[in-house]
Design a protein around this ligand. Structure first.
Ligand SMILES: C[S@@+](CC[C@H](N)C(=O)[O-])C[C@H]1O[C@@H](n2cnc3c(N)ncnc32)[C@H](O)[C@@H]1O
Length: 233
């Protein structure tokens, strides 16, 4: 069984739940998963065909429907994928996709609030090779952005990457008009939401031993930001 929830790329799911393990289909995730995969192929290095306890760990914060990892994981059979999600009602769908993955390299989801320290979920410092987050920081209070960077600084291995996807502003300027409208819409829903400025993220990264190493323009006025954990920290 499946349920489809249509919403703008970057907007939260709106009341669709998967308590009983139905797979959810977010049309935005269906649209953006392939362009994101093409970028991941440039940054994820792993030639192994199978996973072991030593395989690179790719942890996703806010997995939503679970579609993204289901799309990515078969292309990286030697990488261990760990989905996580704050909203308990989405865990059924993420579990569905994890179990359906043909390469069997997606773990069961963890219910995780990014505002908490990852040690609360049994994670070890310097243990994550790739931290991935799509479409969360503009749809949550800034506290969640702080939590994401703080956990990235502590839990990524030296030289490891955080990969973020979504809409952003730069130098206080939002463009084009569709992103201005989207930002206004988000703030009307919750004043603590809204597009984040890349300059603020760079400062936050510096405080957490991370550096912005690449910015990639994506369809529908989104970007991928690639952050690297500094060596010798
Ligand atoms: C627009 S959805 C994005 C889902 C998915 N990443 C995608 O791109 O399709 C935003 C997600 O942020 C999650 N979220 C909200 N508050 C959170 C928190 N405190 N910690 C972690 N995730 C949170 C929501 O549950 C939701 O799944």
């Amino acid at each position: 069984m499946s349920k489809t929830q249509d919403f703008t790329d970057g907007f939260t799911h709106n009341g669709t739940e998967s308590i009983n393990g139905e797979k959810l289909i977010y049309p935005a995730a269906t649209r953006n998963q392939e362009p994101i995969l093409q970028v991941l192929k440039r940054f994820i290095i792993c030639d192994e065909e199978n996973i072991s306890d030593e395989s690179p760990l790719f942890l996703e914060v806010s997995s939503g429907s679970g579609q993204h990892l289901y799309h990515f994981a078969p292309h990286f059979p030697g990488v261990r994928f760990q989905p996580t999600e704050y909203d308990k009602s989405l865990l059924g769908s993420i579990t569905y996709y994890s179990q359906a993955c043909p390469t069997k390299n997606i773990y069961a989801p963890i219910q995780l609030d990014i505002c908490n320290d990852f040690k609360d979920y049994g994670l070890q410092e310097n243990s994550i090779d790739y931290l991935y987050n799509a479409n969360m920081i503009h749809i949550t209070p800034y506290q969640c952005t702080l939590g994401l960077f703080k956990n990235a600084g502590c839990y990524l291995k030296p030289d490891a990457l955080m990969i973020m996807y979504g809409p952003y502003c730069k130098d206080g300027i939002i463009s084009p008009q569709s992103n201005i409208d989207f930002d206004a819409f988000l703030k009307s829903r919750d004043p603590s939401w809204g597009l984040r400025d890349i300059n603020d993220l760079i400062k936050l990264a510096e405080e957490n031993d991370l550096s912005l190493i690449d910015t990639i323009e994506m369809p529908a006025n989104n970007k991928i930001l690639i952050w690297k954990k500094n060596l010798n920290t």
